[in-house]
Design a binder for this molecule. Sequence first.
Ligand code: ZN
Length: 145
Amino acid sequence: MSTTFKSAPVQALTTIFHYHAHVYYDAATREQAMLLRERVAQRFAVDMGRLFEQAVGPLPCAQYEIGFEQALFGSLVPWLMLNRLGLPVLVHPNTDAELADHVDHTLWLGGPLALRADSLAVSLQAQGQSAPRPVVINTAPLQEI
Ligand code: ZN
């Protein structure tokens, strides 16, 4: 039995800037995806990303991204567990390690789907970026969770 895991460093939670939830859909599930998008926006202060109607970069099919701060993790993620309308959702942290965030540090609700990870950075800093793109809240929730 390999014991290489024993030398793996323990990563501090402070390496997490914020989170993404990626909601995946196709032509048959697009209506559910739009309803889920609307329901999230009505209930959570998030950075609701634009629609990608086809595969782009590491993404295997149509999707949109929900960026959210750490404080929302404990409510938004369980809410998505209960209300994702059967859609696969990838939740991942955003650290300096973009590739690991999408491959190793993932939480899948439904799925998983195969990502095309070769376009992701092993280290953002090594590529000259100091941090992942910040979360910019663009929803104004009106309803109780
Ligand atoms: Zn992401």
